[in-house]
Design a binder for this molecule. Structure first.
Ligand SMILES: [Zn+2]
Length: 98
């Protein structure tokens, strides 16, 4: 049997169909849904994707998380979190000084 290069990963199930850019996009989605992310609220890795942007944590104390469509932690979410944290830190330091 002839050797061939394999770099398609999980999207290899689609064969040569649908194009390489869609294959890589599909791989990204599949990889992120297969990898179980850690819950930022209870620390367990029991978060599963329910539907578009809705994640459910089966750990104790938390149920549903709204986040990225196919990824629990998105770069945009990280940016928003750090932007929100900044004024809060400033406010807390001002309260501390008063
Ligand atoms: Zn949780």
């Amino acid at each position: 049997m002839a050797k061939h290069t394999v770099k398609v990963g999980i999207s290899g199930k689609y064969g040569t169909r649908y194009g390489s850019s869609l294959s890589s996009a599909s791989e990204l989605k599949s990889a992120s849904t297969l990898a179980i992310p850690d819950s930022a609220f209870c620390g367990t890795n029991t978060v599963r994707r329910v539907s578009f942007g809705i994640w459910k944590c089966h750990g104790q104390g938390c149920t549903k998380i709204l986040s990225g469509a196919y990824m629990l932690a998105t770069p945009a979410a990280a940016t928003a979190t750090s932007t929100l944290r900044r004024p809060r830190d400033i406010a807390s330091t001002q309260v501390g000084r008063a």
